[in-house]
Design a protein around this ligand. Structure first.
Ligand code: HEC
Length: 132
């Protein structure tokens, strides 16, 4: 009897631990600060990234709209989302973001996102790319 209860308790505890690992990512609090700090300088209305690709990052709506060719975020699938693929270095090197060109690096803006930031973007997309 006691051991059955202990077993049930440990199952509950394991469930809490497992779900606790993957926290809900917030667009406003977690994702947007990364995009604003590392991407917005080239992806707002009149800068080079926007002019070349049509991709603005200045609002949630703009992020979901994507480039002039279409969406870069597929809610629920980071592996199909170019927003994730370009920052995680899973594309041709010419479109890694931020671009690691000598000029960009010299101006201090070509530095890759940290692994943790990349993981945050990935999780946000996999959790449905919510406007939360
Ligand atoms: C130094 C300027 C610069 C910065 C910083 C920058 N980008 Fe870009 N981005 C560009 C340019 C230029 C293009 C157009 C590239 C092309 O199509 O040849 C582009 C294109 C893109 C595209 C479209 C890729 C495609 O062709 O499908 C995405 C998505 C993107 N950027 C995301 C980001 C993200 C996310 C960040 C921040 C982590 C970022 N960019 C930071 C300049 C920049």
């Amino acid at each position: 009897m006691i051991s059955t209860r202990l077993y049930a308790l440990s199952l509950v505890a394991t469930g809490v631990l497992l779900t606790g690992c993957e926290q809900q990512v917030s667009y406003t609090e977690d994702v947007q600060p990364i995009l604003f700090a590392s991407c917005l300088s080239c992806h707002d209305q009149d800068s080079e990234g926007y002019l070349n690709s049509g991709f603005s990052l200045d609002s949630y709506e703009a992020v979901m709209k994507g480039t002039k060719f279409g969406a870069v975020v597929v809610p629920g699938s980071s592996e199909s989302s170019s927003l994730y693929l370009v920052v995680a270095h899973k594309t041709a090197s010419e479109i890694h973001m931020p671009p690691h060109t000598d000029d960009a690096l010299a101006e201090g803006r070509g530095v890759s996102l940290t692994d943790e930031q990349i993981e945050t973007l990935k999780l946000w997309i996999d959790q449905g790319a919510l406007n939360n």
